[in-house]
Design a protein around this ligand. Sequence first.
Ligand SMILES: Cc1cc2nc3c(=O)[nH]c(=O)nc-3n(C[C@H](O)[C@H](O)[C@H](O)COP(=O)(O)OP(=O)(O)OC[C@H]3O[C@@H](n4cnc5c(N)ncnc54)[C@H](O)[C@@H]3O)c2cc1C
Length: 480
Amino acid sequence: METRLLYNSLTPDILNELGAILGSRGLCTDQNDLTPHLSDWRRLYKGASLAMLRPATTAELSAAVKCLSGAGVPMVPQGGNTSMVAGAMPDESGQQVIISLSRMNRIREIDTVDMTVTAEAGVILQNLQKVASDAGCFFPLSLASEGSATIGGLLSTNAGGNNTVRYGNARELMLGVEVVLPDGNVINGLRRLRKDNTGYALRHLFVGSEGTLGIITAATLRLFPAARSNALAFCAVADEDAALNLFRRFRSHDETAIRSFEYMSGQGLALVLKHIENVAQPLSAAPDHAVLIELAASRPEADLSGLMERVLEEALTAGELEDAVIAQTEGHRAALWKLREEHPEAQQRAGVSVRNDVSVPVAKVPELLRRASQAFRQLVPGSRPAPFGHIGDGNIHMNLVQPEDMSGEAFLAKSADIMNCVHDIVRDLDGSFAAEHGIGRLKVNTLEAWREGPELDTMRKIKVALDPHWLMNPGKVLRP
Ligand SMILES: Cc1cc2nc3c(=O)[nH]c(=O)nc-3n(C[C@H](O)[C@H](O)[C@H](O)COP(=O)(O)OP(=O)(O)OC[C@H]3O[C@@H](n4cnc5c(N)ncnc54)[C@H](O)[C@@H]3O)c2cc1C
């Protein structure tokens, strides 16, 4: 199949046609308004674009995509633009048109018998959590960017987050999806069925495809009963093995009670305490290794405080636990969560950091933490390994913050060596270089290096079948 890679730019005629389809609120060409949409959250790149479309309905978006695809103009879907891999911003050519889903932010339906909610792609995660909770239910997707990240972006990246250990990734929470294809046609797959084996499961093709196969406009998602009993503890553990052992202890007592199990290094916690306002050291001494454990159950009689105390007592006796604090009020719970949630922001403020998003089999997490931290210190003396993440999923953000006495430029010059170093260790431990943030623009080369042969070939064939002219989010995930 022929692949056309010469793109066309927007012309006044195309802009007029788009204006007629979308109305004045749906078409933005003012460069001041466009500026926040042209760079990524980590400020690694600065792109350019002549226009951003803001359709209000699926029909408007479908007509606009038909117009752009007919004219050979490339498109970049954008939700909350919180991508950690520069997935949602246009490149520097100025040819790519941003498609923002921000006006498609309605909850179409909530059904507490089916335990489903159908939400448009631009609904912000925090708003969906609130809608679910107001209906007496619980929507489990939860991550530090939930005040900005949208349902479309979360599904397109198959986001993970804090509760994946119990409820799975975004994919596991989705039953049906509505998508505008690269040619403008619409797949209406908003079925809310638990069982639906009608041919290829196309809905799963769009989850995790990062806007390269089509634009998600709405999804039907699973809800769960609200928790009526919970308990949260912030603990200092003896070392990396003790962190994993504590997870195993809770799992063997009651696997279904664990909602979150998060690891933080002492260095990462110190950065949060230094750079974030309104936080305080929760324990009597600064820990070298900390974990945050949240237990939750919908059974009101589940004695989760009792379970928490019993398991922590056991770990203390075994010499794995050094100190712990159990949240006493909702405010206390939020304050302890804040220490975990502010890790990305604290590292952003601490100077230049090399970040990654790796996963290994759960059993190998302690080895990953030890080997990578040691290798980092040898590679860049004085640098600050600040790993944190979802230990119960084997997913650690094995981040490294620049030494205080080194310039950001000098540190950045070593970033390729640092990434290679962590990737070598992760490969050796049978892991993945992209656990939850995806590929975006940042990791296209790495995907090619890790997934050569028939696997990468099949991905390209799927891309070309749906988007023969590579108009949908070009430069992300794959290149021709
Ligand atoms: C502080 C912070 C913490 C984070 N923590 C986590 C975490 O714990 N777990 C995790 O998985 N991620 C995390 N992330 C990454 C990010 O929040 C997620 O990737 C999120 O899913 C992106 O949602 P978004 O709406 O901002 O999407 P965007 O950043 O706008 O887009 C992400 C990708 O999806 C595509 N896209 C967006 N909307 C659509 C659509 N409607 N249809 C098709 N494609 C679309 C874009 O083109 C892009 O490729 C974090 C980010 C930040 C800044």
